[in-house]
Design a protein around this ligand. Structure first.
Ligand SMILES: [Zn+2]
Length: 448
């Protein structure tokens, strides 16, 4: 499908409204963002003052963005493992790179370059579609694979394929629509019967974290298409799986800006040329939600004009509440940093039943690490990262009352960051599936 490039704005708007296939290819009048010469620099602040210096650099310098930070104080008493020193990853434009390095050197803050040229990493991340994959679709199947990252419509049609092929256990449900009108399609996997515990898994809340939906569909592949290998997990547990929770942002990250994180709603009354697009869908949940002012609308972590301003978060929350009591585990899959995060994320204190939550998570992490030795950190977001309000995992625990609520931050630890090469989908999928199986086995064994 080619991209339409009308020159009259009104015509463009009309065409967008009329043509779903145009929409599938993303926004039509944006040029693709290039990250040529951008570098990812990891900094290692040694103490509080150095952390503050890094923070003020990010705040002041518009062309420096924070990809990931691990400003954890060195408590380490009850975190699973502490094998990473305090670090932050900064994406730096070629224009300010020299200034940034001078600043770090002047303040004696250790640093190293993780990615020499981000555009090169982006261009080699995802191999082209194989001819066989195209053919397979023509034979009435689907063209999803786990050797490359696919667009929304391939992921969507895989869910339809599963529902049409495994009619006895799979059912799709459209739980809502995105701002731009894309279906939020969920797959329910169940062998029937009432009163079973259910596990919810969502992927792709953050658009640029491509490894997340790829891993969630890998989990679906094994759960459904290799069901004979673990029939007890289907007999005793129901599954609600939403691989792409933010399809607009995901498509935009394919078509226009590889590093897009948020939704694509129009916020702050923005029209083209004023204000910014999108809300961080992991700051938008109605539990200790922190309001952002309209002037924050350009920030990557803008929490939205109000809690649940985004149709995506609203639809997910309504579905989850409609299954309240049934869903026993909430898993939300993000990247990157190799962490298994336990609430709370909005404050330093831990929930009263933290020990139970931690113990089950430990089973998942141990099963994951047994596959190929990938190191994961386990603890609260406040311990391992930073406190942040309005996250989906806190809401699932605090409002929906789901005892076991976790965020999984998939690989890597910064060698590629968000731009993880597609040849990592299968190994990441295998180990994450092992973790999910370990969690499900707990319930298959009759625990609650
Ligand atoms: Zn994320």
């Amino acid at each position: 499908m080619g991209r339409l490039t009308p020159t009259v704005p009104l015509l463009a708007a009309l065409l967008r409204m009329l043509s779903a296939s145009t929409l599938e290819d993303g926004d039509t009048d944006e040029t693709v963002v290039s990250y040529k010469g951008y570098q990812l620099i990891r900094v290692f602040p040694m103490d509080g003052p150095q952390v503050d210096l890094v923070r003020s650099l990010v705040d002041k310098e518009e062309q420096v963005t924070l990809w990931s930070r691990h400003f954890a104080p060195s408590r380490g008493v009850d975190t699973y493992r502490r094998n990473q020193s305090s670090a932050a990853d900064l994406l730096t434009s070629p224009q300010v790179k020299g200034t940034v390095v001078d600043y770090l050197d002047t303040h004696h803050i250790a640093h190293l370059v993780l990615i020499q040229d981000l555009q090169t990493a982006i261009e080699s991340e995802n191999p082209p579609m194989e001819p066989e994959e195209e053919e397979w679709e023509n034979r009435g199947g689907h063209r999803l694979s786990w050797t490359r990252y696919h667009r929304h419509k391939d992921i969507d049609s895989y869910l339809d394929y599963l529902a049409n092929t495994y009619t006895d256990i799979c059912q799709t449900e459209i739980i809502g629509k995105s701002s731009q009108g894309r279906d939020l399609k969920l797959l329910k996997v169940s062998t029937g019967g009432k009163g079973k515990p259910a596990i919810w898994i969502d992927g792709g809340i953050h658009a640029r974290e491509w490894i997340s939906p790829a891993t969630v569909t890998y989990i679906l592949l094994h759960l459904v298409e290799f069901r004979d290998q673990h029939s007890e997990l289907l007999d005793s547990v129901d599954w609600y799986i939403l691989p792409l929770a933010n399809p607009d942002g995901y498509e935009y990250s394919h078509s226009t800006d590889r590093l897009w994180r948020k939704t694509r709603s129009r916020v702050g009354g923005s029209r083209r040329g004023s204000g910014c697009y999108g809300v961080d869908p992991n700051r938008n949940w109605d539990f200790h939600w922190a309001p952002g002012s309209p002037s924050d609308s350009c920030r990557e972590d803008f929490s939205g004009p109000r809690a649940f301003s985004e149709p995506e978060t609203r639809a997910m929350s309504e579905f989850i509440l409609s299954r309240q009591g049934e869903i026993k585990v909430y898993l939300t899959v993000h990247s990157y940093s190799q962490m298994w995060l336990v609430p709370w994320g909005y404050k330093e204190e831990k929930p009263r039943d933290y020990y139970d939550m931690y113990t089950l998570a430990e089973k998942g992490v141990e099963a994951l690490e047994a596959i190929r030795g990938t190191d994961y950190l386990l603890g609260t977001a406040a311990e391992l990262l930073y406190t942040a309000p309005g996250g989906s995992d806190d809401w699932a625990k605090g409002v929906a009352g789901i005892k076991y609520s976790y965020s999984i931050e998939l690989p890597d630890t910064g060698d590629y960051g968000f731009v993880l090469p597609a040849n990592q989908i299968e190994p990441v999928g295998q180990e994450t599936w092992a973790a999910v199986k370990a969690i499900a086995t707990h319930f298959a064994d009759g625990h609650n």
